[in-house]
Design a protein. Structure first.
Ligand code: ARG
Length: 562
């Protein structure tokens, strides 16, 4: 049952000038349960009704039929609704226990396909913390959209083409060795790249050579192509190890190079529509009517650019997936690029460009400074995951040394901590990365939520397999009631996270629910043999189900014991 709708229907006869939606958008959640379960504020009606808000509230209460609620009272400028606790508890717990992990599923997306461009690291460079953000945000959005009956398509748009390959080949030929690349591809390729940038300051001729190598690559030169494809496959192998640790998979690894033979069509359409103009030898699309800089489609030497590939990719995705939305989880610093991308598509006559959404996120800094591959100042994700897992191990060793499958749990907790830390921040917030903080297990962390879930499971294990009762006096005491109400908010929370493309909404929800449960558990002896035992256990079971599902949406595992 939707309680906001019930409130709106109850209020409707007293507020003939407002639609049900008008009423619903005004409904608030009171700060404490003492003020009821939902509240309708009357301030905004004072002007039109020419009455004081307090008067309006008490008049409403007199006019309505309150029989669907335990109580409806005017409190100052609010009409406060108190639910019938028994019916509410039976309704929510019944749903959670019947639906299990499917609680909160909906048909909203009607199977519409949603490509999600995510992770998309650059070949021959390490996956940075920035790519981690894109990976985990994208993965969580895929899970959230999937729950709402969309069909997410996770695409890793690898940075596997571009002038940097000219630099890399040049550097490799100067200082590289096959054995080194094979032994540790990412770090050694990065070393070459960093060294190139250190030395080209004094040897600008290196840049010419790099340009030549890239040209050769574009023309299909055998040696260049061989080196490129070798760098690519070695890097991809290393990336896949990290994805495996994160337990994140992709539906496609079509990267930038995949579009090499698909860009001519883009240029042709732009030419037919007379959209390409010459500017300083380069071909550009003028976007002044969008208040944007011209989009650079082809350089003076004929080389195509990042945006040209993205235009080809956007068209390819529309054709391949007939998407209802197309998402790009890419750092905030590329906002202008995606504005240009949408604008050029619009100019080309593709109205579906409105369905393209850039999902930006803030920067991760280290000691307040921007990370950069060029300077070699990177945080290596692999190392972060290792450290987090080691720390999880230590905690388990200290708290629960007899735990079976310790390694598996330490993995779930350590890696879960890294993922959760990233997702609990609103994605646009930048944050300074500090390993200590990520792997801290106190406070609002992944392990905290996992621990609440494991605690619930442990209670249930101790209880054996009792029958669960969805009603009982035990469910209306304040801590139980707060927990129940949070459970009821889960479906709407998932929908909000999907429309705002904001996994942090689910992460914050999980923290709230874990906190409410810990409070309940701290105040209540659950495992006491009395008439209410099965009602308490139903609540515990429901909390466990919803915490686990919330964590799943974030891409975090929920071990039963830790
Ligand atoms: N490889 C790029 C980078 O690391 C991100 C690519 C994002 N996706 C895209 N379709 N442009 O900055």
């Amino acid at each position: 049952m939707d309680y906001k709708q019930l409130v709106a229907a109850t209020l409707a006869p007293a507020l003939p000038d407002l639609t049900s939606d008008d009423i619903i958008t005004k409904i608030e959640q009171p700060k404490t349960s003492k003020q009821g379960d939902l509240a309708f504020p009357t301030f905004t009606l004072a002007k039109t009704l020419h009455k004081a808000p307090q008067m309006i509230a008490s008049d409403i209460v007199e006019q309505i039929d309150d029989s669907d609620f335990e109580q409806v009272v005017a409190m100052g400028p609010y009409v406060n609704f108190f639910f019938k606790k028994d019916a509410f508890a039976a309704d929510i717990l019944g749903q959670v226990l019947t639906d299990g992990g499917h609680f909160g599923d909906s048909k909203l997306g009607e199977q519409g396909q949603v490509p999600i461009d995510m992770s998309s690291p650059n070949i021959a460079k390490p996956i940075s913390m920035g790519h981690l953000r894109s990976t985990v945000i994208g993965n969580s959005l895929a899970n959230i959209l999937g729950k709402l009956d969309y069909q997410p398509v996770k695409i890793n748009h690898l940075g596997d083409w571009g002038t940097q390959f000219g630099k890399l080949i040049t550097a490799y030929k100067m200082w590289g060795s096959e054995a080194d690349v094979k032994a540790d591809p990412i770090n050694n390729l990065l070393k070459y790249y960093v060294r190139f940038h250190e030395e080209d300051v004094e040897h600008p001729e290196m840049d010419d050579e790099a340009r030549d190598w890239f040209k050769k690559l574009e023309n299909g030169d055998e040696e260049a192509t061989h080196l490129w494809s070798w760098f690519r496959s070695e890097s991809l192998k290393a990336f896949k190890q990290i994805y495996e640790r994160l337990d994140i998979d992709f539906d496609s690894f079509n990267g930038e190079a995949f579009y090499n033979d698909k860009m001519q069509e883009v240029v042709d359409i732009l030419e037919t529509k007379d959209l390409l103009h010459e500017s300083q030898g380069a071909e550009v699309v003028d976007l002044s009517k969008y208040d944007l800089n011209p989009a650079l489609i082809k350089k003076s030497d004929g080389a195509t650019l990042y945006i040209t590939r993205d235009l080809a990719a956007a068209i390819y995705r529309k054709r391949t997936y007939e998407f209802v939305q197309s998402l790009y989880v890419v750092g905030n610093e590329q906002t202008n690029h995606f504005k240009q991308l949408k604008a050029v598509l619009k100019e080309m006559g593709f109205d579906w460009s409105d369905e393209i959404h850039h999902i930006p996120f803030g920067l991760i800094t280290s000691n307040g400074k921007k990370l950069s591959t060029r300077s070699g100042r990177v945080i290596l994700l692999d190392k972060v995951l290792d450290d987090a897992v080691t720390l999880a191990h230590q905690q388990i060793e200290a708290k629960n040394p007899d735990l079976p499958n310790k390694d598996e749990v330490a993995d779930a907790v350590g890696i879960g901590a890294v993922i959760f830390h990233d997702l609990k921040n609103e994605r646009m917030n930048s944050f300074d990365f500090n390993l200590e903080e990520v792997v801290r297990f106190e406070g609002e962390t992944g392990p905290y939520v996992q621990y609440a879930h494991a605690r619930a499971e442990s209670i249930l294990r101790k209880a054996g397999s009792p029958e669960l009762a969805t009603s009982g006096q035990a469910l209306s005491d304040p801590a139980a009631w707060d927990t129940l109400k949070l459970l009821s908010e889960f479906p709407a929370t998932v929908v909000r996270a999907s429309t705002e493309y904001e996994p942090s909404i689910v992460a914050k929800y999980a923290i709230h629910l874990a906190k409410a449960f810990n409070k309940y558990y701290g105040n209540t002896k659950v495992l006491v043999e009395d008439d209410e035992l099965n009602a308490r256990l139903a609540l515990v079971k429901s909390v466990s189900v919803v915490l686990k599902e919330a964590l799943r949406l974030l891409g975090v595992k929920a071990p039963d014991e830790m």
